[in-house]
Design a protein around this ligand. Structure first.
Ligand SMILES: [Fe+2]
Length: 407
């Protein structure tokens, strides 16, 4: 697929640097270059642009003003800020003007990675219906500032849990919510944790990072009030799915990165529903089809919108630059057969955990769980299903408790 990228910088040498550095991408990308915000807007009015990468400090129209106009005029364009100063990045981040940030100096690989991650699975996501719906919504949630700050800290040599605690503690509201969440029955902790540092050492920095994403995603700022309960249910099910998925992962792998990615996939797998909730008729129709007609959510979405929450969520995760395997797992969590593989993956854990977490009927009946049997039939690990099922039994007991962490 050809991605069209517009680079904006008032320094001619920087623009020449882009041209040299990214010459090898000529076949995959069509690249446009502008020396000012005004020129960039002119180009966008005539050419189809998918991504804009802009400098911050420019005379007359600076990067902030340019991106503000791009956000209003062309909300579907992926906005990336390239800045020489960390402080400038912080200011823009707080205004949600950019989807991604790059610090100067950056090399060709960093630029390629940011764009490739944002556009991973774009071939599949290049569904005109999905794009027109997302363009219609106009405003996609951005990554929380605290999350990005923690990621940056974890990349530095002086990273420690104490430093992480100091950063999170600056926000007492989120600290309280983190503690409330980790003390919910989902985590099954042996005793109550009252201290953030203890939570960090007990659950690990990556789990806490995922919980921050969870609390941000389900803060329900853009959710219509009529859909709040529905949204709470999604939040609760997401946490349950993440826990079950990670336990399934624990059986199959000891790779820490994969286990962390499984967890974050579980936390965010249904986030596409929150995006679709911004479509006015979505909630009413879903409510009717699921509760009255007893249809599955994914089938209902295909019937009423011709796109699913899997793809809406995967699209957002691509923009948030989550790992490709996480984006892929979210994109296929109801239909894993669409991907060709027979080994355990993040998608396997997520698909199975999602089936278990959604399972409502009593008594437990394996045949009624919403799991893709074609997918498992070719699977090297299908003998492990019983072990996975034992995890579901454990968590189904938790699900039936009146436990509901607040978001
Ligand atoms: Fe789902």
């Amino acid at each position: 697929m050809n991605i069209s990228i517009l680079f904006v910088d008032d320094d001619n040498d920087v623009i020449d640097g882009y041209k040299r550095m990214l010459f090898s991408m000529k076949k995959e990308w069509s690249m446009h270059f502008a020396l000012s915000g005004e020129e960039a807007l002119r180009i966008m009015s005539t050419a189809k642009i998918d991504v804009i990468i802009s400098d911050m400090k420019m005379p007359v129209m600076d990067g902030t003003e340019l991106l503000r106009q791009v956000k209003d005029l062309y909300p579907h364009i992926l906005r990336i800020i390239l800045s020489g100063h960390q402080d400038q990045v912080k200011i823009v981040r707080s205004t949600i003007l950019a989807h991604q940030f790059l610090l100067k100096p950056c090399n060709a690989n960093q630029i390629k990675n940011v764009i490739k991650n944002a556009y991973s699975l774009r071939d599949n996501l290049e569904n005109q219906k999905l794009l027109s719906i997302i363009n219609g919504i106009g405003q996609l949630p951005s990554l929380p500032e605290l999350y990005v700050e923690i990621e940056e800290l974890m990349d530095t040599p002086d990273y420690s849990l104490e430093r992480m605690m100091q950063i999170i503690s600056k926000d007492p509201a989120i600290t309280a919510k983190i503690l409330q969440t980790v003390n919910s029955a989902f985590f099954g902790l042996p005793r109550r944790i009252t201290d953030l540092l203890e939570a960090l050492s007990f659950l690990g920095a990556n789990t806490i990072k995922s919980i921050i994403l969870y609390l941000h995603s389900f803060s329900m700022k853009n959710v219509p009030s009529i859909a709040r309960d529905y949204c709470s249910e999604i939040a609760k099910k997401s946490l349950l799915t993440a826990q079950i998925a990670r336990e399934i992962g624990n059986i199959e792998t000891s790779d820490k990165q994969i286990l962390d990615d499984i967890y974050v996939s579980g936390i965010l797998h249904d986030i596409g529903k929150l995006i679709l909730l911004q479509i006015p008729e979505y909630f009413d129709k879903m409510n009717y089809m699921i509760n009255i007609k007893k249809m599955k959510d994914i089938d209902t979405e295909m019937q009423i919108l011709d796109i699913s929450h899997e793809w809406a969520g995967a699209y957002l995760m691509g923009i948030w630059a989550l790992p490709k395997t996480v984006v892929e797992a979210i994109a296929f969590h109801h239909n894993p057969s669409k991907i060709n593989h027979t080994d355990f993956s993040i998608l396997t854990a997520l698909h199975i955990a999602n089936g278990f977490a959604e399972y409502q009927a009593e008594p437990f009946d394996r045949k009624k769980i919403d799991i893709d049997l074609n997918y498992l039939a070719n699977f090297k690990l299908k003998g492990n299903f019983e072990k996975w099922e034992n995890i579901a039994h454990k968590y189904n007991l938790i699900k039936n408790e009146q436990e509901n962490p607040s978001y």
